[in-house]
Design a protein around this ligand. Sequence first.
Ligand SMILES: NC(=O)CC[C@H](N)C(=O)O
Length: 351
Amino acid sequence: MKAKLILENGMIFHGEAFGYLEETVGELVFTTVMTGYQEVLTDPSYHGQIVVMTYPLIGNYGINLEDMQSDRVRVKGFIIKEDAKLPNNFRCEITLEAYLKQNKVMGLKNIDTRHLTRIIRDTGTKKAVITTRDLSQEELGNIFFSFSNSDAVKQVTRKDILKIEGSKEKIAIIDFGIKKHIIESFAKRNCDIRVFPAYTDYETIMEYNPDALFLSNGPGDPEDLPEAIELVKKVIGKKPVIGICLGHQIAALAMGGKTAKMRFGHRGGNHPVKDIEKNKIYISSQNHGYKVTELPEGTVLSHVNLNDNSIEGMKNKELKVYTVQFHPEASPGPEETAYIFDDFLNMIREG
Ligand SMILES: NC(=O)CC[C@H](N)C(=O)O
């Protein structure tokens, strides 16, 4: 069935619907990862976003039920050039199209994703609609006007506390929309883990008497999370604080730093970041549309993005805060920054 993508600036791309047939609206972003589409689909950080894959052939190894980063598809829509109709892999359980259908998420294929990506790069992230209908200007205007992603964390955070027993550091994780492989990365290192819902109060977290507070990745604008920022303000100085992506941004705001929305963000599996202390360059996995623009006082830059010199990590040795903007858990992407989890734990132990 024919369907189209309509951008907020009036541009229209014609393609073919695939997956679930239901009109959708979201913030249009692109990722340059060449594999790992199923980790992208299930990453809660993409809540509210329509994702364009720049790699031209998607679905070629199907969908397995182990690599998901949460329990369902989180993107609002999925745009590709070509759908591999006959996936071929021993781990494949269902096709990409069946998975989208099952999760009630609309896809659009046969789109010139390279052209679309250039438009997003040149003119910035914007809202977009995928539809099979002919919409009037007024209808479109209403759809765009009523779309907001400011309660994204509320939508994706867990309801109950998750406990994982371990013999090493006690890590209190705040789930702003956490990816499964982050939890696994701490569990693999034998940490004792409690994963708390995003709006858990300070007392409940301190009752667990953690060795550190970990702030997870998650969707939306960090400035939409004043409660989380207040919680972190209370914890800093009392317990070490570590974090990834949204967690990094929240920690920066809690300490008096600044964040801002980027023109089109960093989403992909080959972003070069330099670890300043180690004087080494790593290829990192990234998925963010906001960044820290001003480091808090007393905090030093730990990592920098070599494409645009943006802040990719910060450290405060006195207060024991260490956070990174990129994704050391990868999933998808290269795993060479997994050392960050060991660095986090070393910082906690040093006390
Ligand atoms: N992956 C993340 O945690 C993303 C953080 C934030 N939502 C951003 O887009 O910048």
